[in-house]
Design a protein around this ligand. Structure first.
Ligand code: NDP
Length: 327
């Protein structure tokens, strides 16, 4: 620890609000790793829609000031006591808290060592969105060959991962929705087989015309939830995993009996609660990237000083793929 500076630069909020409450401070303390933790000097940190939820207060922060960020990539600079298997200098990617910072702590149960040759930033760009997509198609609804599925916001960060992974596992019809033609074309390049502009078209009717679906992957939330129940076939599964348009309001479970459908509201962290679970999925994800079976699309690299713009961009629906901070 002796060669570390005393203070670091972080992106934090001291209150909830619009992008203007994001503040970059240069005198934040550098945390010390405890047993089972490492300290990482980040080269990159991912931006995720969840950062906007903490900023607005949709998800409450544990305290203020609150450092944002849920994933990062960098080099180990310090290892906690009694924490074997980790060496200073090793390059890692991880999920964790307070990662939009020069230095962040990571639990060894949510760290993966990056192979040589993986381009800089790809680790940070893949952890949350890639692992989310992978766990959704395995755990929320185990997608089988030939399954007809619907992916909303298919050109977004998680959306593009879903399209590629669904193609890789042999899903049948991969019906993609997005708000523009350009986004739909991108979804198609990434595996979507049927395209619907859900802003301009009656997407519920169109999905029904395609025969309905056995699973819906929905990170949009409020604006699509009711339609999702309509397009599901008997014994189908609605995987509602996000709130880009707002949180899904309470609904009557009696609705589910019309077609014996299931509704899930999963979070990544509850699928990767153990070191073994994390390693299993992270290893598979890194292998898929290494073997070029999936491509990680970076929308744009930002600096922490550009954080307000990054939030405006992701909330403004103008992005495709991953936004990352270079530190
Ligand atoms: P995206 O890159 O997908 O961005 C969100 C997209 O949602 C937009 O590009 C837009 O696509 C679409 N959208 C639809 N309605 C709105 C609206 N009213 N305002 C803004 N955007 C809208 O973000 P992420 O990939 O980071 O996240 C996608 C979703 O997945 C989010 O809801 C996020 O919270 C969730 N998530 C959940 C996780 C979990 O563990 N449960 C983990 C990771 C992400 P278009 O213009 O095509 O409509």
């Amino acid at each position: 620890m002796s060669s570390l500076p005393k203070f670091q630069t972080v992106l934090q909020i001291s209150k909830n609000g619009g992008p203007e409450v994001l503040e970059v401070v240069h005198d934040a303390p550098i945390p010390k790793p405890q047993e089972g933790e490492i300290l990482v000097k980040n080269t990159h940190a991912g931006v995720n829609y969840i950062d906007t939820y903490f900023r607005t207060g949709l998800y409450p922060s544990s305290q203020f000031p609150y450092i944002l960020g849920r994933e990062g990539e960098g080099h180990i600079v310090s290892v906690g006591p009694n924490t074997p298997g980790y060496t200073i200098g090793e390059r890692v990617a991880y999920t964790g808290m307070a990662t939009q910072a020069q230095y962040a702590l990571a639990s060894t149960s949510t760290v993966t060592k990056l192979p040589e040759g993986l381009p800089a930033g790809i680790g940070a760009a893949s952890m949350i969105q890639g692992l989310t997509a992978l766990t959704l198609i395995r755990e929320s609804h185990h997608v089988k060959s030939g399954d007809s599925v619907l992916v909303h916001a298919a050109a977004g960060g998680v959306g593009l991962w879903l399209c590629q992974l669904l193609r890789a596992v042999g899903a049948g019809q991969i019906i993609a929705t997005a708000s523009t033609q350009e986004k739909l074309e991108l979804a198609k390049e990434n595996g979507a087989t049927h395209l619907i502009n859900y802003v301009e078209e009656d997407w519920v009717q169109k999905v029904k015309e395609l025969g309905g679906v056995i699973a819906v992957f929905d990170g949009v939330g409020k604006s699509t939830f009711e339609g999702d129940l309509e397009v599901l076939n008997r014994k189908g599964t609605l995987v509602s995993f996000g709130n880009a348009s707002g949180a899904v309001p309470p609904f009557s479970i009696a609705k589910l009996s019309q077609k014996n459908v299931k509704v899930l509201r999963p979070t990544l962290f509850n699928y990767l609660a153990t070191k073994e679970e994390f390693e299993t999925y992270a290893n598979e994800l890194i292998d898929l990237i290494k073997e070029k079976k999936v491509e990680v699309r970076i929308h744009k690299e930002y600096t922490l000083a550009d954080a307000q713009q990054a939030h405006k961009d992701i909330e403004g629906r103008g992005t495709t793929g991953k936004l990352i901070f270079k530190l």
